[in-house]
Design a protein around this ligand. Structure first.
Ligand SMILES: Cc1cc2nc3c(=O)[nH]c(=O)nc-3n(C[C@H](O)[C@H](O)[C@H](O)COP(=O)(O)OP(=O)(O)OC[C@H]3O[C@@H](n4cnc5c(N)ncnc54)[C@H](O)[C@@H]3O)c2cc1C
Length: 452
């Protein structure tokens, strides 16, 4: 096969056979729904404190967003509300290899947002000022300095915003390795175990009902990524959330043309541990329009305005699928979570073509490097593109951690530590008030500050 024709190969990484647990525990102090980076990190921090924690994942650990993302671990450009948690997360990433005894490919070579004009470069100044307040090493660099980090690009950039302390890690390794560390610390990790619902008694959580039976518990964390809104809706808890599809590809190993993570409006690119590149279009994300798009239109309108250059609306079967999906279901029958074990959207062929074209024109040295795998992931976003981490007053013991909005991989370990603190009451030193769910309902202005 000609090297370049392999580029539409869809990944089979997530279609491996499902392992199902032989038995599930009858009781737990905490049950976590979802084995993405947020769920496994929380499980790890809880288990280290001696908490009896069980994590249920309907498919594979990191089978959805946490295994499909670009692998950027960045603080640069974030909403200020996320900065303390992200600083903590960077500290955890730095020590992760030593602490868990597994290498997840974390390395710091910086994050670069390129500027096509002096005006573009100036537009980064506000964030540089924010960074300064937190002692973060972000600064603006000119075209000559950028060339020291990006070698031989055929682009006439004016410069970039650069944070050298930012890093990257390998998504297919990170969450599974943290899950193994959680298991070694005493957590029970159950892939192939969908949670159908929650039982309550006197207004408080009394058990979770899984496809393999019930687990008695008084504390539940719903960290179900793109499924959180649907899960919570079945409990009459309204969590505004919409999905956005991102198409991603990776190349074969090739010449080293850059350090760090480069974001340009044509291409997002970072070098992989295997010597290839993870690449994506810099300005195309697709929102499949569904009934939820109309239900939450007003709440997401500010985000749509903020991201109008980036988000394309697509109209397909997702609308009918969501329309036909049940809103509540019997807990003794298979639920929608068993029907879709792994949310595995197809990469969009037109976007892949654009990625290939932009890679070839921007990095002529990589023009003959084949794309060996492509995939897509469904990003779940909150209305202000900042996570929702909260206890739900109406159901005692029920908690939600979701809405990581396209940048939850990097902040995942820090979030896990903070969420574990929320669940046990132990001080995590990170204030979660900014992440409360009620900000979307109490008249607070919805102000997206960072991008998806
Ligand atoms: C294309 C793409 C690129 C991205 N790039 C970056 C990046 O470079 N840097 C960055 O920081 N972030 C990035 N992100 C965002 C990041 O991947 C997510 O924010 C993060 O992985 C969210 O983690 P999570 O644990 O909340 O959710 P997920 O990883 O989605 O995990 C949720 C899990 O819950 C499970 N689940 C759902 N319902 C149930 C149920 N009822 N029972 C049991 N299990 C259930 C699901 O199967 C899933 O595995 C990107 C995302 C995508 C899709």
């Amino acid at each position: 096969m000609d090297a370049k024709t392999s580029e539409n190969t869809v990944s089979n990484t997530w279609t491996k056979p499902l392992t199902q647990p032989e038995a599930i525990p009858a009781q737990a102090d905490v049950v976590i729904i979802g084995g993405g980076i947020v769920g496994v990190s929380t499980a790890w921090f809880l288990a280290k404190q001696g908490v009896n924690v069980v994590l249920c994942e309907k498919g594979h650990i990191a089978g959805e967003q946490s295994g499909r993302n670009w692998g950027w671990v960045r603080i640069q450009g974030r909403d200020e509300r996320e900065i303390p948690m992200m600083l903590e997360s960077l500290r955890i990433w730095e020590g992760l290899k030593e602490e868990i005894g597994e290498d997840v490919g974390f390395t710091r070579e910086g994050c670069f947002f390129t500027a096509n004009s002096p005006k573009d470069l100036q537009s980064f100044e506000d964030w540089v000022a924010v960074a300064k307040n937190y002692g973060i090493d972000t600064r603006l660099i000119d075209a000559d300095e950028l060339k020291q980090h990006v070698r031989g690009a055929a682009v006439d950039w004016a410069g970039a915003m650069m944070t050298l302390s930012d890093g990257r890690a390998e998504p297919h390794k990170a969450a599974p390795a943290i899950a193994r560390a959680a298991h070694r610390s005493g957590a029970t990790i159950l892939p192939g175990c969908a949670v159908r619902g929650v039982e309550t008694s006197g207004g408080k959580v009394s058990a979770v009902v899984t496809e393999h039976g019930s687990i008695k518990t008084s504390t539940v964390l719903c960290a179900a990524g793109a499924w959180t809104s649907m899960f919570c809706r079945s409990l009459a808890v309204d969590v505004p959330q919409l999905r956005v599809r991102g198409t991603v590809a990776r190349t074969a190993p090739a010449e080293n043309v850059l350090d760090g993570n480069i974001f340009d409006d044509r291409l997002g690119i970072r070098r992989r541990e295997d010597g290839g590149y993870t690449i994506a279009h810099g300005s195309v994300l697709e929102h499949p329009v569904t009934p939820a798009s109309f239900r939450y239109f007003a709440k997401f309108f500010p985000a749509l305005l903020h991201e109008w250059k980036l988000v394309r609306l697509s109209f397909g079967r997702e609308f009918v699928d969501e329309w036909n999906a049940p809103k509540v279901w019997d807990l003794d029958k298979p639920s929608p979570f068993e029907e879709t074990r792994v949310l595995n959207p197809s990469p969009t062929p037109g976007v892949l073509k654009g990625i290939r074209r932009n890679l070839d024109t921007m990095f002529p040295q990589l023009a003959n490097t084949p794309i060996v795998e492509s995939w897509a992931g469904m990003i779940e976003s909150s209305p202000d593109v900042v996570p929702i981490i909260d206890s739900i007053d109406r159901i005692g013991g029920f908690h939600v951690a979701t809405g990581f909005s396209g940048h939850g991989f990097g902040i995942g370990p820090g979030a896990g530590k903070a969420i574990a603190g929320m669940l046990t009451g132990a001080d995590s030193s990170i204030d979660l008030a900014e992440f409360r769910l009620s900000r979307f309902f109490d008249g607070s202005p919805i102000r997206p500050q960072s991008g998806i």
